[in-house]
Design a protein around this ligand. Structure first.
Ligand SMILES: C[S@@+](CC[C@H](N)C(=O)[O-])C[C@H]1O[C@@H](n2cnc3c(N)ncnc32)[C@H](O)[C@@H]1O
Length: 208
């Protein structure tokens, strides 16, 4: 059983961000990843409801305490029909520092509301692996100018029901205003670019 603080942190996360099961469900159905890296995860344990081996990374002390309750986290995963023997690893680390992880070791990299994860961690993604990224904090824009990455899908959300679309991608990532998007401009603004069409998130495939 989860400790009270673990259960409370998860309850707050689950209510706060909305039901993420459908998001990871839609992504899992599309790409079938096994090894997942999630820098800036906080306590979003929902990927472990779908993927067998997830490495979470966060600097936050509450996240550290949450993942230290190994039995509690396993109970939350089991209660949500996660894979039996799901491997949950937590690194209490700053993802902008080199992480003690191999290059190209992951099938899926998750970047949600946590800064420029792709810039610092895409090298951990295998060639052919997928980046799931939203536009908050500018990381989707950062991915769009990363020569290693190609846009291969978008995640659409309607009433917390998620689906992946892999066609008609030229409709996406068109900035509302004429602007040069560069690494420097994104660092300077630290914000997402406003696009004419806004899906919940984007899927990029690592090509090189
Ligand atoms: C707004 S929360 C988002 C949490 C989760 N991704 C979600 O979508 O619910 C951002 C998290 O990223 C973490 N974070 C931000 N920068 C980080 C860094 N450089 N290294 C590790 N964690 C970081 C913060 O500690 C925080 O827990």
């Amino acid at each position: 059983m989860a400790k009270r603080t673990t259960a409370e942190l998860w309850e707050k996360q689950d209510l706060g961000v909305g039901d993420r099961r459908g998001l990871y469900d839609a992504v899992a159905a599309t790409i079938g990843a096994r090894r997942v890296l999630y820098p800036g995860s906080y306590v979003d344990i929902a990927p472990s409801f779908h993927f067998p081996a997830v490495t979470y990374v966060d600097v936050d002390k509450r996240a550290k305490a949450f993942f230290a309750d190994v039995d509690g986290v396993a109970a939350i995963v089991a209660d949500n029909d996660g894979p039996p023997d799901a491997s949950v690893t937590f690194l209490h680390a700053d993802y902008t520092d080199p992480l003690d992880l191999d290059a190209e070791a992951f099938d899926l990299l998750v970047s949600l509301y946590a800064g420029f994860v792709s810039e610092h961690c895409a090298h951990h993604l295998r060639i052919g692996g997928t980046l799931l990224v939203n536009s908050s904090h500018g990381d989707a824009a950062m991915a769009s100018i990363d020569r290693r990455l190609e846009l291969t899908g978008v995640v659409i959300s309607r009433d917390e029901t998620y689906s992946v679309d892999t066609g008609g991608l030229e409709r996406f990532m068109i900035p509302k205003r004429d602007q040069a998007i560069t690494v420097e401009s994104l660092h300077a603004s630290g914000r997402g670019v406003a696009y004419t069409t806004s899906p919940f998130a984007y899927l990029f495939t690592r090509r090189r």
